[in-house]
Structure formats: C-alpha cells, structure tokens
Design a protein around this ligand. Structure first.
Ligand code: TMP
Length: 211
C-alpha cells in the first residue's frame, strides 16, 4: 500500500439498479479519451482477476446465500484486490480511472439498506484499501419507476441477487446515496439520469469541470 497521493484522477459512478451507469461509464471514458487523457474503465465488484472471482460468489446463487456481514467483507476483499492490482497502479502512472461503483455502493447497500452502518464499512475500507477515496463520485438518479422499467428491459426478468431485492430495499439504497451526497458535497454529486444518453454524459462532464 502506498500513501503517496496518486498522480491520476479517480472517478466513480454510483446509483441504484437500472439508472444507466454502465452505459455512462463507457461514454464518459470515451469523452475523456477524446480530450487526450489516458483512461481506464473498470467496475465493482470486480476489476481485477481476483476481484472478478469474488464477484461470482457475490452475484450468483440464492438471495439469502450470505449474511450482510459476510457480504460486506466479500465486497471489501474484492475492493482491496481491485485497488492494489488495478486502480493504484493506473493512478500512479497518471491515468484517469473511471469505475462503475466503488466504496459508496458498500456504504449505501451494506451500510445503509442492510443496516451495518457507515463506520463499519469505512473501517473495512481502511483495512483493505488504505481508505482510498475517489476524487469525484457521480451518483446517477432516476425515479424508481423509470429505473425499474429500464432494469426489466435489460435483464428480461432474470435479476441477480441484488436486483432481486424488493422495492423498499432499493428505496433505502437511494435514500442512503442522497445522505452520502449531503455528508460529502465536495466529493459526491447527484446527477439527473433522465433523458437521452448524450445529455446525461454532458451532465457528468460538467460535474467534473473543476478536475
Ligand atoms: P451491477 O454490476 O449491476 O452494478 O451489480 C452489482 C450489484 O452489487 C448491485 O446490485 C450493487 C451491489 N453492490 C453492493 O451491494 N455493494 C458494493 O460494494 C458493490 C460494489 C455492489
């Protein structure tokens, strides 16, 4: 683990299911490359061979497969490998890293909706990943109805272990993201995810202007 401030920039995209995050990660990375930047796209859980192996444990199987505590540890372990093998090396060589989800997903899902609390999640992150935080976290927001419709169109009704949780769970996740944005307004920005994909990408770029 190196404590030196990395030279590149670290951007994470967050939000509930069906807000169009994965599309926007690709579009945002392409727009940054157009400006001549060295950009890597990555995702969580996953983003390194070890973390992708942990992803399979987390995403497949019965909804009740793991307790919330075990899940939080698995996400933190996957993140530790992702940071050590993919994110830190890229930042150290001066690249921009655009990640589909990062710590704030654990804070919103395990810390918020599952009730483990933010302190527990941040402690695991300090142990696993040296507490590394993104320079900016863009939280995509859509009304729950619209997100559900998009999610259903994408999955064709075959949700993973998280998408299968009920509407109340996903409302709790959305509320947790809003609280996180209130707590850290400099790092987290809420971005309206409605409308055409190109319009959303422009909103994301505007939220990175000062970087
Ligand atoms: P996705 O690849 O469709 O974004 O699915 C990842 C799922 O895992 C999503 O439902 C959110 C959940 N998740 C957590 O609960 N905690 C985390 O730390 C991360 C990264 C994801």
């Amino acid at each position: 683990m190196s404590d030196a401030r990395p030279r590149g920039r670290f951007i994470s995209l967050e939000g509930g299911e069906g807000v169009g995050k994965s599309t926007q990660v690709k579009r945002l990375a392409a727009a940054l490359r157009d400006r001549g930047l060295d950009v890597i796209e990555t995702r969580e859980p996953g983003g390194s061979p070890g973390a992708e192996a942990i992803r399979a444990l987390l995403m497949q199987g019965d909804v009740q497969r793991w307790t919330p505590e075990t899940e939080a540890l698995l996400f933190a372990a996957a993140r530790a490998d992702h940071v050590a093998r993919t994110i830190r090396p890229a930042l150290d060589r001066g690249a921009w890293v655009v990640s589909d989800r990062f710590l704030d997903s654990s804070l919103a899902y395990q810390g918020g909706a599952d009730g483990l609390g933010g302190e527990t999640i941040r402690t695991l992150h300090a142990i696993g990943s040296g507490g590394l935080l993104p320079d900016r976290t863009l939280v995509l927001r859509l009304p729950v109805d619209e997100a559900e419709a998009r999610e259903h169109a994408r999955d064709g009704g075959r949700p993973d272990r998280f998408a299968a949780r009920g509407r109340d769970y996903h409302a709790a996740v959305a509320a947790a993201f809003a609280r996180l944005a209130d707590m850290e307004p400099e790092r987290l920005r809420l971005v309206d995810a409605s409308g055409a994909a190109g319009t959303v990408t422009q909103r994301l770029l505007a939220a990175l202007d000062d970087l």
